[in-house]
Design a protein around this ligand. Structure first.
Ligand code: F6R
Length: 623
């Protein structure tokens, strides 16, 4: 399928379809698969699908299952070849791609087991070469892949073809890139547990497919999608090789489209309707690219950089600059809960009521401290009734070592008074033997998961204490979807929303803080946000209630996206850094939180605004 390209897509070297949501993209692709299977059936042939794992294809697989159940789509005449498998993991390993495919698709459709193919993760090292050769042969013997489904890694990999993979590469064993291993760290409870190798189809193998569809969701993928779609063909981004395939295309959601020229710099590729946000973005971009403060931009600067339209509509530069400067200036406020008795015409948050009931929702326990620790501190200090809610237990993030540490201490304490510590000692012994029997990669039994949740609760309490937030302001919600699921495969249910509805009814917040849905739609933060949106529909607040979005693991907000910028002094930043040290399970990205805050402050400074030490930033949610 090669949709006609408009001028705005001139920079794109692969047809790229931007959908409203991952769900609608997945539904469109699933429908195409249905048509392919039916067409092949009519020819009396099997359809051969190339399949991917990871979070990206999950909504697509759910839709295929729905088509099977509700529309009678049969997979009896389908063969499948998966892209890759972790080396060293057997088919029963909870994180093996074989197990993933069974859980997410194969166990729910009528595909014959004999038609399913994945590289083996347990083939002996000296057999790898032969195994890979045979995999290639099997694909050819099946008539080649009719439709190859792909996701894209942040390194630009397709399959596990990490940077450096050549166009001609075939199925082989490769070493996983550090970023890829970081991205898989949550699945394996720590980067150190992620396998170092995988067997993957090569770029050449993938390019032999008759058609290719690559899906990508969320802002975290936006940068690499833009490089693959608009950049040169290079082995540094293996997804860029799809530019050389006549029947390949990208299906992406809004988040993943954000760095494409037509979305990011639309004025460079066509006429633009200058909404306030688009205007703010253009001015910030100009100031950034010329490394000149907003107030110093000239008419010529606008004209010479593709913004003559904007200038003629809203200029001269002097007036436009002042207007945007003032808008940016008005986002700055050290009063996140609103400043009592002040004129709030140009303040991000309304003055009344004061104090406010501020509901701070943290999808996983650490999220709020990481992204808005200083704002939490400020809200409390300014007398608001803060309620910090950890929406999920986060137990899957806690390493075995932490549980082991706790059980070992308990065991040692037991030695001091064997009679009165009998039950506790038995508990500790049970935990230690559970840890041993499940092994480094095994699924945590319930008792262990509970202990890990308690470890993280303790860490959240410690960090809140460092921020001066009393224990009775913290609530642990343990949303069921998290307790029942695993990373990448969580499924939200009505009971999750029901818990939030109850919280909203009881607390009646005046303002809510939560991470938005900029990240991968299957992430814990995106699911929690979705549950909140549902809950707000069911339990709308009596009076006005502002919803402020903060960024968690995703890219920080850009100045033009920020509606409230909360300045942080050097001392407050130290306090936040200290609060963060209370968590043992932060990812490298989360550990950088204070640097991210400093980066936002520098961005404001470069635009010509006040030079603060650091800034926590928020976006107003427009429902
Ligand atoms: C998976 C695969 C990988 C993933 C990529 C994106 O079989 O081959 O290329 O598609 O790492 O992973 P997610 O979808 O989890 O972001």
């Amino acid at each position: 399928m090669n949709p006609r390209r408009s001028a705005s897509e001139a920079h794109e070297k692969i047809p790229t379809l931007i959908f409203d949501s991952s769900a609608s993209a997945a539904a469109s692709l699933a429908r195409e698969v249905k048509e392919l299977i039916e067409a092949k059936n009519r020819e009396g042939k099997a359809a051969v699908l190339g399949l991917a794992t990871g979070s990206t294809p999950v909504p697509f697989y759910r839709e295929l299952i729905r088509l099977h159940r509700e529309e009678g789509l049969s997979f009896a005449n389908v063969s499948s070849f998966n892209l890759d498998e972790y080396f060293g993991l057997g088919p029963d390993h909870p994180e093996s791609y074989y197990r993933f495919m069974c859980d997410q698709l194969f166990d729910h459709i009528d595909i014959p087991k004999a038609n399913i193919h994945l590289p083996s993760g347990t083939v002996a090292s000296d057999q790898v070469f032969e195994h890979c050769r045979q995999y290639e042969e099997m694909i050819d013997a099946a008539g080649g892949v009719d439709l190859q489904i792909l996701g894209i890694g942040r390194t630009g990999h397709i399959g596990f073809n990490e940077p450096g993979s050549s166009r001609e590469s075939l199925t082989r064993r490769i070493t996983l890139d550090r970023i890829t291993r970081q991205d898989a760290a949550a699945d394996f409870r720590g980067e150190e547990n992620v396998p170092r190798f995988a067997i993957t189809m090569g770029v050449g193998t993938i390019l032999r497919a008759k058609k290719i569809a690559l899906m990508a969701w969320g802002e975290n993928k936006a940068g690499v999608v833009a490089r693959a779609v608009e950049g040169e063909v290079t082995d540094a981004v293996s997804a860029s090789f799809l530019q050389e395939h006549p029947q390949s295309r990208y299906l992406i959601d809004q988040g993943a489209s954000r760095e494409l020229t037509r979305v990011k710099l639309p004025w460079l590729v066509g006429p633009v309707r200058w909404s306030p946000q688009e205007t703010r973005r253009a001015v910030c971009w100009l100031s950034n690219s010329l490394k000149r403060p907003v107030l110093k931009l000239t008419d010529e600067d606008y004209n010479e950089h593709g913004l003559s339209d904007l200038l003629s509509e809203q200029g001269p530069a002097y007036q436009l600059n002042i207007r945007i400067f003032n808008q940016l200036q008005h986002t700055l406020s050290g009063w996140p809960g609103g400043k009592p008795n002040a004129d709030d015409t140009f303040r991000p948050e309304r003055a009344n009521p004061y104090p406010k009931r501020a509901l701070v929702l943290s999808p996983e326990p650490q999220d709020a401290t990481v992204s808005m620790g200083s704002t939490l501190d400020r809200l409390r200090e300014q007398g608001h009734e803060v309620k910090l809610v950890s929406m999920t237990s986060g137990s899957l993030r806690v390493s075995d070592a932490e549980a082991d540490k706790f059980a070992s201490i308990l065991l040692e304490l037991g030695i001091t008074a064997p009679a009165s510590w009998k039950e506790q000692t038995e508990y500790a012994q049970r935990i230690l033997s559970l840890l041993e029997s499940k092994g480094a990669f095994g699924e945590d039994p319930l008792e262990l998961r509970k202990l890990k949740a308690l470890v993280l609760r303790g860490e959240l309490r410690d960090s809140a204490q460092a921020l001066g937030l009393p224990q009775d302001r913290i609530t642990f919600m343990d949303l069921p979807f998290y307790e029942k699921g695993r990373y990448r495969r969580f499924k939200l249910e009505a009971e999750d929303t029901a818990h939030i509805v109850q919280l909203l009814r009881e607390f009646q917040p005046h303002q809510i803080y939560i991470t938005g849905d900029a990240a991968d739609p299957s992430s814990v933060s995106a699911l929690c946000f979705r549950a909140l949106k549902e809950a707000l529909k069911e339990a709308p607040s009596d009076g006005p209630c502002s919803v402020w979005l903060y960024r968690g693991k995703e890219k920080a907000l850009e100045p033009w996206e920020i509606d409230m910028a909360m300045p942080i002094s050097p001392m407050q930043l130290e306090l936040k850094a200290r609060a963060l040290t209370r968590y043992t399970s932060l990812t490298s990205m989360e550990l950088e939180a204070t640097k991210t805050n400093q980066g936002t402050a520098q961005a404001y400074d470069s635009l010509g605004l006040a030079n603060y030490e650091a800034i926590e930033s928020f976006q107003r949610w427009q429902s």
